[in-house]
Design a protein around this ligand. Structure first.
Ligand code: NAD
Ligand code: UFG
Length: 333
């Protein structure tokens, strides 16, 4: 089966390419390197022993998409290409809506013209806003997003639902990721944030290696066991495997629109993460408690049962695996 992966050199895309290649899929990839490096292609080859057929270009450019579809018989598309920095999205809404929403319309148009109607889309737990109930199921209400990034994911979900309503010969799987962290155990691929990381795990890694002095913990007065924010961290390799399960599901079922949470179902606090990192890696993390970060919620973790029952997906890696692999990647780079 031939899978077209957009954003194939990014954090989640690169790990998914490795899983696809090692599971016998042929992979065609597209990236414009707006948030990744060319070398990732060599790393994917080094880990998997196989190559992807790569096109450099922008998903907003319909001509490259038509070229890809005309040169390859694509069975399924996995769409990762997007901008993902929550804070930046507030100051650059036009860029975020263009890259995250218009690009999907360009892709869907090219898919339709080429009669390829099978899509796995990267969505996010952010679409649940501030959840009413925990753990969050796929039926929990969506909306109430607080930034253009989150809203862009919500918009695309609605577009995909309308598309399926209009033509139920599409096969669409929307995956709502919780908090992906960690890296491939080889240390060859991982998360490469631009500048000072906004997310917890890459920030901890930078403090551990001395590039940053001290972690600011955003609030210890939440209604959680230790007062710090609780999230559902999932190892990126588990997350990548979830995409194989989604592709298999679409191949098995034919015609449907499915939505799944990809998480572990466990919530860990910021202090849990700091402690786990220190214990697994034997490194002390300097931290200080500061005020809450605007837009943050207290608790967010998934009910992972739908993905388990319908996809056969279970996240297998432990918190120790996540923090060890994150540090291993930092050390390699
Ligand atoms: P990433 O930035 O590491 O990867 C995205 C890749 O897409 C990059 O290689 C970038 O160069 C490429 N890209 C961006 N716009 C493009 C365009 N117009 N044309 C071609 N290539 C383009 O991000 P990631 O963490 O791998 O995230 C992948 C997807 O998962 C995104 O859609 C993101 O919104 C979603 N997601 C990520 C997280 C997370 O915490 N990492 C959580 C939930 C959802
Ligand atoms: N945190 C700190 N200090 C930091 C960074 C984060 O205390 O320097 C805390 C946050 O307050 C939060 C937790 O660590 O309690 C996790 O924060 P992240 O920024 O790592 O992750 P978020 O849950 O805020 O958001 C992430 C992505 C979103 C995505 C969401 C759900 O940034 O894009 O997970 O998948 F939508």
């Amino acid at each position: 089966m031939k899978i077209f992966v957009t954003g194939c050199c990014g954090y989640i895309g690169s790990h998914t390419c490795v899983e696809l290649l090692t599971n016998g899929y042929n992979v065609v990839g597209l990236d414009n390197f707006s948030n990744s490096k060319k070398e990732v292609l060599d790393k994917i080859r080094e880990i998997s022993g196989k190559s992807i057929k790569f096109y450099e270009g922008d998903m907003l450019d319909s001509s490259i998409l038509y070229k890809i579809f005309s040169e390859n018989e694509i069975d399924c598309v996995i769409d990762f290409a997007a901008y993902k920095a929550v804070g930046e999205s507030v100051s650059k809404p036009i860029e975020y809506y263009t890259n995250n929403v218009s690009s999907v319309l360009t892709l869907l148009t090219a898919m339709k013209k080429n009669n390829c109607k099978r899509l796995v889309f990267s969505s996010s737990a952010t679409v649940y806003g501030d959840p009413d109930t925990i753990p969050i199921t796929e039926d929990s209400k969506t909306g109430g997003t607080t930034n253009p990034y989150g809203t862009s994911k919500l918009f695309v979900e609605e577009i995909l639902k309308d598309l399926y309503k209009s033509d139920n010969t599409w096969d669409i799987c929307i995956l709502r990721y919780f908090n992906p962290i960690g890296a491939h155990s080889s240390g060859l691929i991982g998360e490469e944030p631009n500048g000072i990381p906004a997310n917890l795990m890459p920030y901890i890694s930078k403090v551990a290696c001395g590039k940053l002095e001290c972690l600011s913990i955003f609030g210890n007065d939440y209604d959680t066991p230790d007062g710090t924010g609780v999230r559902d961290y999932i190892h990126v390799v588990d997350l990548a495997k979830g995409h194989i399960k989604a592709v298999e599901k679409l191949d098995r079922e034919k015609n449907g629109l499915y939505i799944y949470n990809l998480g572990t179902g466990k919530g860990y606090s910021v202090l849990d993460m700091v402690n786990a990192f220190e214990k697994a890696n034997g490194i002390k993390i300097n931290y200080k408690i500061v005020g809450r970060r605007e837009g943050d919620i207290a608790v967010c973790y998934s009910d992972p049962n739908k993905a388990k029952e319908e996809l056969g997906f279970i996240a297998e890696k432990t918190l120790e695996d996540m923090v060890r692999d994150a540090w291993n990647y930092e050390n390699h780079n």
